[in-house]
Design a protein around this ligand. Structure first.
Ligand SMILES: Cc1cc2nc3c(=O)[nH]c(=O)nc-3n(C[C@H](O)[C@H](O)[C@H](O)COP(=O)(O)OP(=O)(O)OC[C@H]3O[C@@H](n4cnc5c(N)ncnc54)[C@H](O)[C@@H]3O)c2cc1C
Length: 426
């Protein structure tokens, strides 16, 4: 039987993963991306001559499918990442560090070792986590993270739950889905050694998967088209037509907004659900302080919606980037966007000077402020995400497709792997 020809529309992480996975199954994929570069929301950009990631990203050890596909396309994980045990500490030494080892034991030891929290707080956290584990890390779909954690002491919610929630779900705890939060906790903290480890990229985002995947596809018989926008998709007797070309299967790995536009003529219910998603922005402030090297590559920062926008700072000098360049991440950034980017930038620099002051070797100056207005969908309780199956021979892939994860690289890659499995001939 001749190999099937599929179109994969969209060359973000979901599309790259789908094309590679399809090729591994003997399909002939044609990957079509409208932008002039691969990578979608996780890519390298060059702004006024300065090469940067379009937003600081972080992976964790539990991203098993992403890490598997990176290796398939020839990426060395040792070269790609600085791997370290989960450490959510602030510059003044507060916060949780998990020692290496089995995640459950590490979590218990890490919580006990955090003596800045009174013993009662630590016991409360451990008994709450044990309760979640006993219930299989499941809760009612309508429960928010704030409701889920309401019995924890306020200090624990401020120092641990809120930053963890906004980092993982990009949605503030009062509006974030408790069910998705528990699933992330389960996979990160309790699904095997190393699953909670932080993987900090040492290479530019495009080199982690998009570019190596494109090179691999080129070498293995895939067809690649950059700078080509798919305007419409039409059903035909034995598959689908795109721009006059016939494909037996199509994986739609665009954004939800574009997927809704493309399928509305023949799958209006699916399109309506995809179009109903709401979004949360992420702002990344890149700044420079000559001669500065932070004591560790990543710090959590005490943040609030009044004066302190950034939840995390990354030291690029320790991550394969230029010395003295720091990336400040503002997740759930809507309140800050409403105040304006100049205000947000200045507030971030003030916050950094206050919290990192002793570590800064020279004045900190802003380099660039990058905003992704639709960084991720708002991961709210009871959210109805569109399913992967759109029509016979047509599957959706992307971080927004129904699944257990929030909008993450791993969510995008897993949805792609599943879409290929669903479409592949048996
Ligand atoms: C600033 C920022 C920080 C983030 N931090 C993290 C993090 O730390 N960890 C983490 O796991 N995740 C993080 N994420 C989320 C992660 O980047 C996304 O979940 C992931 O990149 C989504 O990939 P995707 O392939 O589903 O979608 P996209 O990346 O949106 O890819 C869709 C692609 O389809 C293309 N396209 C659209 N329409 C068409 C068309 N008609 N024809 C052809 N091509 C089309 C687009 O150009 C795009 O390249 C972050 C996101 C942002 C923005």
């Amino acid at each position: 039987m001749p190999a099937q020809r599929w179109a994969v529309v969209g060359g973000g992480w979901a599309g790259m993963a789908a094309a590679v996975e399809a090729r591994l199954r003997g399909i002939e994929p044609t990957l079509i991306e409208m932008a002039p570069q691969w990578g979608g929301r996780a890519r390298r950009v060059e702004i006024d001559g300065l090469p940067l990631d379009n937003g600081q990203h972080i992976l964790i050890g539990a991203y098993s499918e992403t890490l598997r596909l990176m290796q398939v396309v020839g990426v060395s994980l040792d070269d790609a990442f600085l791997r370290m045990p989960l450490r959510l500490t602030t510059p003044d030494g507060h916060g949780l560090t998990l020692p290496p080892g089995s995640p459950l034991a590490a979590f218990t030891r890490g919580v006990f070792a955090h003596t800045a929290w009174p013993l009662g707080h630590r016991l409360s956290l451990l008994s709450t986590a044990a309760g979640w584990a006993l219930r299989g890390f499941r809760c009612d779909d309508a429960t928010s993270v704030a409701q889920l954690t309401r019995r924890l002491p306020a200090a624990l919610r401020d120092e641990l739950i809120d930053p963890l929630c906004v980092a993982a779900l990009n949605t503030p705890a009062r509006e974030a889905s408790g069910r998705v939060f528990l699933r992330v906790l389960r996979d990160a903290l309790f699904s095997g050694p190393g699953s909670a480890d932080l993987l900090l990229p040492k290479q530019r985002l495009s080199e982690l998967l998009p570019h190596p995947a494109a090179r691999w596809l080129q070498a293995h018989g895939g067809t690649l088209r950059l700078g080509t926008r798919v305007e419409r998709i039409d059903a035909c007797e034995s598959g689908w037509q795109i721009g006059g070309e016939h494909f037996e299967g199509v994986i739609l790995a665009t954004t939800a907004v574009e997927a809704a536009r493309l399928v509305r003529p023949f799958a209006p219910d699916w399109a309506e659900r995809a179009a109903a998603l709401r979004y949360e922005p992420i702002v990344t402030v890149y700044a420079q302080s000559d001669g500065t090297r932070l004591p560790q590559p990543l710090f959590a920062l005490p943040s609030d919606e009044q004066d302190r926008p950034a939840q995390f700072v990354f030291d690029h000098g320790q991550l394969g980037g230029p010395e003295g360049v720091l990336a400040f991440v503002i997740s759930g950034a809507q309140p800050w966007l409403e105040r304006g980017l100049d205000h947000t930038r200045d507030a971030t620099i003030r916050q950094a000077q206050q919290t990192l002051g002793a570590h800064l070797r020279s004045p900190l100056r802003a380099l660039r402020v990058l905003t992704e207005r639709r960084a991720t969908f708002r991961c709210t309780p009871g959210l109805q995400r569109p399913p992967a199956a759109i029509a016979p021979g047509l599957q959706a892939a992307g971080d927004y497709v129904a699944g257990p994860y929030p909008a993450t690289l791993e969510g995008a890659v897993r949805s792609a792997v599943q879409a290929v499995a669903a479409l592949a001939p048996r």
